[in-house]
Structures are given as structure tokens and as C-alpha cells.
Design a protein around this ligand. Structure first.
Ligand code: PEP
Ligand code: MG
Length: 318
């Protein structure tokens, strides 16, 4: 099968009837870029930067971060690289920050919430990102946005950092796209509004499914309820993608669902522009897209919205 997949290296991701999609890859550190290139991903759809902050004793300084971002951007040879700002908290602990234990860490002090509170940490990362931006095609993405105010505040801080760099005559790219993860129900419901204020969405299904269905993604006891075939999930995915398109922004998916072959055609039918998958799944995802007809994908997508329960949806997609 591996040999068979190799045929899809250097191929476009395009359906039999000519509809184009993009297959990007997720990375956790700069070493992963090798696998991204080996598997011919068209970009990086999610760089989880929190790993730069973990397994150490103090915060990473600006220069250390700058070097990592620069390396990733250079290695990707001008393909888009979506770098997500810090997403710690939840299941990702950073001991040296001495954050108090919480009853509900996934709903607590996490990700953008920490960054808007600890502007020092956030600004250091944004400075490093902006400085690295001249070495490739950087796009910046904010995680866990749950209100318009948070997005505005994050964008305001980004502008502040840009102005500071300008004053210091430090160069950065003038056309960095700014996007957000859609992974909290309130952001999904307001995606028509959010779409007016960002350049792109990326759907984080790992969290979106957990928050939408109130099922802890790490609790084995309730794993059967962690169900992407739940019609509520199917509907909200369609809503998010349509709202992005109504506002002429592109929409990707960087949660695990993007790598699930039973969802590929449905997501094409909904019009998802970009699939960001683990590097090992890039060619398989491209193959599945290339072997499909988008007119059939669209029909599947329309049909599926009429289903009332999970089992028949799962049967149809698997
Ligand atoms: C997600 O929630 O789907 C996502 C991609 O982010 P993470 O898994 O890092 O929370
Ligand atoms: Mg998430």
C-alpha cells in the first residue's frame, strides 16, 4: 500500500471532476518537518507550539523561539505554515508556571485565556513569530477563542507588537494571515460573525466534539459518547464551513477528524478547503480525495444532513 501511495507525491489534490482541495500536515516540533516534506504536504496546517514550552524549567526566550519558527518556515520553502499560539492548560501542563490545580482544566485557565492574562508570555511569542515571518509564509492562529472580545484583544496585542517592532526598525512580513481555531461551541455558533474578522478558520474537532457533546476527550469511561457521527457534530461542521464561505474566507480542519477516511468525502462535500492531518496520513487523504467525484460528495453531504441519529450516519460513511 505504501508504494501505491507514493504515486500521490507531487500530485495535486483534485477530485475526478476537477474540484481542488489542500492537504496540510500537523506538527509538534521542527523535527517533524522532515516527515511533512517526505509526505508532500502542501503546507503546515497546525504547528502546536506548546511543546516548545513543555518539559523544561523556565519559559523559552524570544530568540530561542525565533530560531525554531525560522527553521520551520525556511524548511517549508514558502509553503504556508500555520503556527498556533500557545495552547497550554487542559491536558498540557507546564510545571514552572505554577498554575493552581483546577476541577475542570479543559474549561479553565487555558490557551488564549492564559495569553491574554499573561501578556508578557504572549508578546514574547508574537515577537518571535513576527521576526521569523520574513523567512517564509507564516500564518498566525489563535486557539480556544470563545468570544469576539477575546479575538479583538488578541488582534490588538498583535498590532501592538507590530508597532513595537516598527519602532525598533525590526523587519517582519506585511501580509501575515491571522486566523482562529473553531473549537469552542460559542465560536462555532457565532462563526458567521467571527468570519468577518479573521482571514481563515481551522476547525479543532478534538475539542469541538468534547465541548459540543459534554464528553471529556481523555476519559475512557465515556469514550463511546465521544462520537463524531453525532448529527449535532455533522450539522455544526456544515454550519462553520458555510459561514466561512459566505464571508469568503477559507476553512481548514486540524483536529483528528481530518485524518479519518470515513469523513473525507463528506468534508469535501461540505466544501472544507484544507485538511491538516498527521504527516503519515497526507498521501492517503490525498488519494481518497483524488478518487472521489465532488458532485457525489456534495450529494452525500446534502443527504447526511437529514439523518436523525448517529448509527445510520456511521454506517453510511464507513
Ligand atoms: C483540536 O482541539 O482539535 C486541536 C487540533 O487542538 P488540540 O488537539 O491541540 O487541543
Ligand atoms: Mg484544541
Amino acid at each position: 500500500e505504501k508504494e501505491e501511495l507514493k504515486k500521490y507525491i507531487n500530485k495535486k489534490t483534485i477530485t475526478k471532476d476537477g474540484e481542488s482541495f489542500k492537504v496540510f500536515a500537523n506538527i509538534a516540533n521542527h523535527k517533524d518537518v522532515e516527515f511533512v516534506l517526505e509526505n508532500d504536504a502542501e503546507g503546515v496546517g497546525l504547528f502546536r507550539t506548546e511543546f516548545i514550552y513543555m518539559d523544561r524549567n523556565s519559559l523559552p526566550e524570544e530568540d530561542e523561539q525565533f530560531k525554531i519558527y525560522k527553521k520551520v518556515l525556511e524548511s517549508m520553502q514558502n509553503k504556508p505554515v500555520i503556527i498556533r499560539t500557545l495552547d497550554i492548560g487542559g491536558d498540557k501542563e507546564v510545571n514552572y508556571l505554577n498554575l493552581p490545580k483546577e476541577m475542570n482544566p479543559f474549561m479553565g485557565y487555558r490557551a488564549i485565556r492564559i495569553c491574554l492574562d499573561r501578556k508578557d508570555i504572549f508578546k514574547t511569542q508574537l515577537r518571535a513569530l513576527l521576526r521569523a515571518s520574513i523567512y517564509g509564509k507564516l500564518e498566525i492562529m489563535f486557539p480556544m477563542i470563545s468570544s469576539v472580545e477575546e479575538l479583538f484583544e488578541a488582534k490588538k496585542i498583535l498590532e501592538e507588537v507590530k508597532n513595537e517592532l516598527k519602532d525598533e526598525q525590526i523587519k517582519f512580513s506585511e501580509d501575515i494571515k491571522v486566523g482562529m481555531m473553531i473549537e469552542v461551541p460559542s465560536a462555532a455558533i457565532l462563526s458567521d460573525i467571527f468570519a468577518k474578522h479573521v482571514d481563515f478558520f481551522s476547525i479543532g474537532t478534538n475539542d469541538l466534539i468534547q465541548y459540543f457533546t459534554a464528553v471529556d476527550r481523555t476519559n475512557d469511561k465515556v469514550q463511546s459518547l465521544y462520537d463524531p457521527y453525532n448529527p449535532a457534530i455533522i450539522r455544526i461542521l456544515n454550519t462553520i464551513i458555510s459561514n466561512a464561505h459566505k464571508n469568503n474566507i477559507s476553512v481548514g480542519m486540524c483536529g483528528e477528524l481530518a485524518s479519518d477516511p470515513s469523513f473525507t468525502r463528506l468534508l469535501c462535500g461540505f466544501g472544507l478547503n484544507e485538511f491538516s492531518v498527521n504527516p503519515a496520513s497526507v498521501l492517503k487523504t490525498r488519494k481518497n480525495i483524488c478518487e472521489s467525484n465532488n458532485s457525489e460528495n456534495i450529494k452525500l453531504a446534502k443527504d447526511i444532513l437529514n439523518y436523525e441519529s448517529s448509527d445510520p450516519i456511521q454506517r453510511l460513511l464507513s
